[in-house]
Design a protein around this ligand. Structure first.
Ligand SMILES: [Zn+2]
Length: 498
């Protein structure tokens, strides 16, 4: 539920100034420090900070903004490619970690937000949606039912899904994932780039589990975090555990003690450094924050894991289990009398986001990679440069492009083998060396040269030197190969992160 500002930063993205960098002239003049002996002058160049993601986004044509929708980034084709690949990467992980993706509404009636507590605690940050056409209003007593709120979080919707079916203890844990767009009414003066926005997407997930499953679910989530951040080579990161507030909290101290004990054991098992923020948990449950340190030493809170005892109660969620009193405490029993009894038990809800906001993680990655995207994320993957503009050479370049994009066969046939690679052709009448140089400057990972020499063999000259190398496959410079051979190399490289 995630709306208590001071403490509940989970999946709430109020992180002032984290990505707002101090602006320096991009190319500072070297500072010459003279020693006492003038013949030993040394030149010391101050470190040049990485460019701001907003600057880089303009250079790389990733996103734009409009006065007609402040705070809602408009992703251009290059930005949409990165966004979609991040989402696809997460989907692959969901197969491994047992999440089921759901698709949920963008607007809900205010009655839902009242039930979830958002209306009471979060209404300043929410947009209201009303119909301007009374004839299209829903039939209801009074007009209040016709007011909707634009969703700032997915949790209430996921509680509705859980409540829509009857559950046994054997069904749990149930893990829902959701990439829905979310809207929060941030102050207009604070809006900036991909980091201070009104519309964004989370790799949002909610786990409904038995109290006895908390530790295992946290352990898996921490492993998920490790896999994702090592894939991006982001880090190092540290973990903090925020525990029960001194006064204002719900549930019993014993429930908190059990939950915090499970979180501590999961953190210990992760082998990572972690610290305690005593009393800094949200009133509805303890949480773990993942704090990432970037190459400039700045810290960013990205992933978050929060336990929630409250929302399942507000939505009267339950599952059927034997020995319900033991079950609720996360304990087991062999007492036949207790086991003969079955009853409803309230599940524990774990809110978790690994990337956090997809847009904010994109901002981090834009700065982290600084134009040198790994092949699988690169919105500019392959450039084919032509040696001349004769028709056979142009046709050859087009054929290579078709093979690499999976666009083979006649136009009437469906594109069933689409590779989703981005393959461009530069057939301008300028020297091939210049075209190749410009393609590298634009950040293409692979440069192919199509000329008359390869026409008879059907091959293409490949410069793979900019494909990131790993320990098993040494960097390959230039080689002639068939487009189908190259396609296999690129597929392997694109899937290497899995
Ligand atoms: Zn949530």
């Amino acid at each position: 539920m995630l709306f208590k500002r001071a403490t509940a930063t989970c999946i709430s993205l109020r992180i002032p100034n984290q990505l707002c960098r101090i602006r320096y002239p991009k190319y500072s003049s070297p500072v010459v420090l003279k020693r006492s002996c003038s013949s030993h002058a040394t030149t010391k160049t101050p470190p040049i900070p990485n460019a701001d993601h907003r600057q880089l986004a303009v250079q790389q044509e990733l996103f734009t903004t409009s006065i007609y929708s402040p705070g809602s980034p408009i992703l251009l084709p290059n930005g949409a490619r990165i966004f979609n690949r991040l989402v696809e990467f997460l989907r692959q992980q969901y197969t491994r970690y047992g999440f089921d993706e759901v698709i949920t509404p963008t607007i809900y009636k205010k009655a839902l937000w009242k039930k979830s507590g958002h209306l009471e605690n979060y209404s300043d940050d929410m947009f209201t949606v009303t119909s301007t056409s009374p004839s299209r209003s829903d039939v209801s007593e009074g007009g209040e039912e016709d007011e909707y709120g634009l969703k700032p979080m997915n949790c209430p919707g996921h509680c509705l899904i859980f409540a829509s079916q009857r559950h046994s203890y054997r069904d749990l844990p149930i893990r829902y994932a959701d990439f829905s767009p979310l809207h929060r009414n941030e102050i207009s003066g604070a809006l900036s780039g991909l980091t201070r926005v009104r519309r964004f997407h989370q790799d949002d997930g909610h786990i409904f589990c038995r109290p006895s499953q908390i530790e295992e679910e946290i352990r898996k989530t921490l492993d998920f975090v490790r896999v994702v951040y090592s894939t991006f080579k982001l880090g190092p990161y540290r973990l903090t555990l925020s525990t029960r507030p001194q006064d204002h909290y719900i549930g019993t101290a014993a429930e908190w003690g059990t939950a915090e004990g499970a979180l501590k054991r999961a953190l210990d098992a992760s082998g990572l450094d972690w610290t305690i923020n005593e009393g800094d948990g949200a009133f509805y449950g303890p949480k773990i924050d993942i704090i990432l340190r970037d190459s400039d030493g700045k810290e960013h809170q990205t992933a978050t894991i929060q336990l929630d005892f409250q929302l399942p109660k507000r939505f009267e969620l339950g599952y059927v289990a034997p020995a319900p009193e033991y079950e609720q405490r996360g304990e087991t029993t062999t007492d036949p009398g207790a086991l003969n009894e079955t009853g409803l038990v309230t599940p524990v809800l774990i809110h978790r986001a690994v990337l956090g906001s997809v847009e904010r993680l994109m901002a981090l990655l834009i700065e982290h990679y600084n134009g040198k995207w790994p092949f699988w994320l690169n919105p500019k993957q392959v450039m084919i440069v032509t040696v001349n503009d004769s028709q056979p050479v142009l046709d050859h370049a087009k054929t290579v492009q078709d093979v690499l994009m999976g666009r083979q066969g006649s136009p009437e046939q469906p594109v069933s083998q689409a590779t989703n690679f981005v393959v461009d052709i530069d057939d301008r009448q300028v020297p091939v060396g210049l075209k190749s140089h410009q393609a590298k400057a634009k950040g293409y990972s692979v440069i192919l040269t199509a000329g008359p020499r390869q026409l008879s063999s059907g091959t293409i000259t490949c410069d793979l030197s900019r494909l990131e190398s790993d320990s098993e496959s040494p960097k390959q410079e230039r080689a002639d190969m068939l487009p189908s051979e190259l396609l296999e190399i690129l597929k392997a490289k694109a899937n290497a992160y899995l």
